[in-house]
Design a protein around this ligand. Structure first.
Ligand code: NAP
Length: 264
């Protein structure tokens, strides 16, 4: 075990953003536990990173949308004391419109993007708080704040990730446990094939390379950011959005309806 950094458990590490997190975190000195369904791909990723870094890389094949398999990952997070970082990255998207979307596919997306992320976080938080140390990185999406862009259930699932992370940051303040939420814009991975629109169909100027995205997200983490949006160039946009939200928050619950709702 690497005492300095500890172990990072990364979900969705068999491809795309998760594989790059695995590579970069191992190079930073973390040992890894890699989770995804495809055991062969996971082992291939693990072997390449072991060879490049000499770190201890375990694989834990699991379908996180399957409650029994999810429980195995929850148990590992709750009980393995070396774990210092959870990267909740596994997720699927959709570009289908509500009238065309298959509701069972939507449910499967909610199971992974919402339910699994929530349960894995709940598994690790007590352990991190007890040790006064740990970091949770939740991969959301820019659709968390722009749900009109893609499928609405996908946008809603990522709005959950953002809101859940905002609450966690608030509740875990002072415990020594850190929370980062990352909002990728379009990133060149297999995600788009699975979502129903190959990435080649998107205008090149809105698509970021996955390695650039992950390096930027890790820079955000090192800067101590809560919300990291690698593709948002004008940082003051998020600050203004957040300031407006927080200013309104104190006015959202009152004993009387607003004047505009009182009968004339
Ligand atoms: P990706 O290349 O398709 O990777 C998705 C990962 O999730 C794979 O490792 C996949 O592995 C794993 N996964 C899928 N279903 C799973 C399940 N039921 N149980 C366990 N693992 C599962 O896509 P990506 O772009 O790297 O996506 C990573 C995250 O970024 C997602 O949360 C996505 O919503 C978010 N994101 C991506 C973009 C983008 O443009 N690419 C934009 C915004 C947000 P297996 O198939 O082996 O299970």
């Amino acid at each position: 075990m690497n005492e300095a950094k500890g172990t990072a458990l990364i979900t969705g590490a068999s491809s795309g953003i998760g594989t790059l997190y695995a590579d970069r975190l191992a190079r930073q000195g973390y040992d890894l536990i890699l989770v995804a369904r495809n055991a062969t791909k996971l082992e291939r990723v693990a072997q390449a990173i072991r060879k490049a870094t000499g770190r201890q890389i375990d694989t834990l094949p699991a379908d996180l949308a399957n409650p029994a398999e999810l429980l195995l990952v929850e148990a590992r997070l709750a009980n393995e004391r070396s774990i210092t970082l959870l990267v909740n990255n596994a997720g699927i998207g959709s570009t289908a419109r509500a009238l065309d979307a298959d509701v069972d596919t939507m449910s499967a997306m909610v199971s992974l993007n919402v339910e699994a992320l929530m349960r894995l976080t709940y598994a690790v938080v007590p352990a991190f708080v007890a040790r006064g140390r740990g970091t949770i990185v939740n991969i959301a999406s820019i659709v968390a704040v722009a749900p009109e862009v893609l499928n609405g259930v996908y946008g809603g699932s990522k709005a959950f990730v953002l809101a859940f992370s905002q609450n966690l940051r608030h509740e875990l303040d002072g415990t020594g446990v850190g929370v980062q939420v990352v909002l990728p814009g379009a990133t060149a991975t297999d995600f788009w094939d699975i979502a129903g629109t190959p990435v080649e169909h998107l205008p090149g100027e809105i698509v970021m390379r996955a390695d650039q995205f992950v390096d930027a997200a890790l820079t955000g983490l090192a800067r101590g950011e809560f919300a990291t949006i690698p593709s948002l160039h004008d940082e003051s946009r998020w600050a203004a959005f957040e300031a407006a939200r927080q200013a309104m928050a104190g006015e959202l619950s009152t004993s009387t309806p607003a004047a505009r709702y009182l009968a004339a």
